[in-house]
Ligand binder design. Sequence first.
Ligand SMILES: Cc1cc2nc3c(=O)[nH]c(=O)nc-3n(C[C@H](O)[C@H](O)[C@H](O)COP(=O)(O)OP(=O)(O)OC[C@H]3O[C@@H](n4cnc5c(N)ncnc54)[C@H](O)[C@@H]3O)c2cc1C
Length: 457
Amino acid sequence: MLKTSYNEPINIIGAGLVGTLLAIYLSKRNYKINIYERRPDPRLITLNSGRSITVTICTRGWKALEQAGLDINYIKSFTVPLPGRIIHYEDGTTSFQPYGAKGEALYAISRNKLNDILLEVLDKKPNVKMFFNKKCIDVKPEECIVELEDYKSKKNSYIKGHPIIATDGAFSSVRSSILKREKYFAYSHQTSDYAHKELLVSKELNKKLSINPEGLHVWPRGRVLILIFPCSDGSSGCSLFLPVEGENSFGSLKTEKNLINFFKNLAPDLLGLFPNLIKQYFSNPISYLYSIKCYPWSYQGNFILLGDAAHAMVPFLGQGMNSGFEDCMVFAECLDSYGNNWPQVLNHFSALRKPNCDAITDLSLQHFLELAELIKNPSFLIRKKTEERMFAKYPSLFIPPHYLISFTDLAYIKAKEAQSTQDEIIDKIMSNLKSNSDLDIDKAIDDYVIATNFTYK
Ligand SMILES: Cc1cc2nc3c(=O)[nH]c(=O)nc-3n(C[C@H](O)[C@H](O)[C@H](O)COP(=O)(O)OP(=O)(O)OC[C@H]3O[C@@H](n4cnc5c(N)ncnc54)[C@H](O)[C@@H]3O)c2cc1C
């Protein structure tokens, strides 16, 4: 690893998950780092539970945390391992869908807790300074100047450093400044007609209703999707995904009666699970879902966008943070290869990450259909079963994309390619299916393998 003699401060905008992890990577290489965050220090304030999101860390996320030198066991002690999805059907029955045959698990953790852990690591780094309540309001990329507004005094100040690293999330102000200024900058923002609201399930109610902590609970109800993540303190986080308008939408749930009827009709088993459901529902904010793509992520070696600021995606594959963590790891690798030649570092980083982040942004959007609309569709379930049987029989040849994404660190673009190839294979196998029995599925798979001399990987 290169220890730098570079003397200019690097200014990171945004102390969320990606900004803090990147600062840890850079601090290990002896750079001087200043981080500017628009919010107060989250460890000093009580955060509204409606803003608390549970995120899951997968293999590539762990790898990036480990490579940053973090104590993985310490972080794991705040997580709940989730080895699969527990699907709650309309008739009240449930089924467990494991993520893999070897007990592979995603690890659920409160996003705020993980952020606190990363901030605590930075507290101990003498070469890192953190400035809270400092909101970036403009950037002059040619001169590497950032204009900040102090949250309390409302006074503006200017800082200079090189490069500017924007990790200020999906609504990045750095990106907006660049977009405003530069004609060369391409930006696309795809809104979905879905939004989400976070609700908290208390420890006591969780115990009473015995939400099994060994899985991600899913209530797929057509256009409505309810997810419950068990948390390490015994409580659970619930994400309610609804269309913005129409039947069973955020727009239609206007009164207490609407809300109670909604749960009675779609997930009666959930009624009684939330303390103060009415209060939580009507006071917690609605957040919209969108995919963001933009390019270039850097310009003349002066600034770079990372994490959600560069590539925001809908959360249905749980990859926003994981891909942002991978960004940090790849960024550090580029630094180790190109030293302080910033144009090369930033260009190389963008060239490596942009195609992969586009791929995972697209896959995340596609996966939403699987979770919400298709999971209860019988032919889709047979398709999934066929994929699982194929994976079980040929575990080194046929690895489903969700597995490649969550339980390997294969480039996302390769996972996307695998998805297209595997879709064709499963189509062919399913066209020869006589019934849905395991026996027939296995026979159709064997016939396909013999007929094609199957060696796909
Ligand atoms: C419901 C939901 C579930 C999710 N589940 C998962 C999951 O299971 N796994 C996963 O990998 N990802 C998940 N994600 C995505 C994940 O939360 C994001 O991808 C991740 O938080 C992005 O990190 P970031 O640091 O890039 O941005 P953010 O977390 O948004 O952090 C940006 C930081 O910049 C600060 N900031 C913003 N503007 C300014 C400014 N002008 N000046 C200074 N500071 C500023 C913000 O206050 C914030 O602290 C989920 C997202 C949602 C909404």
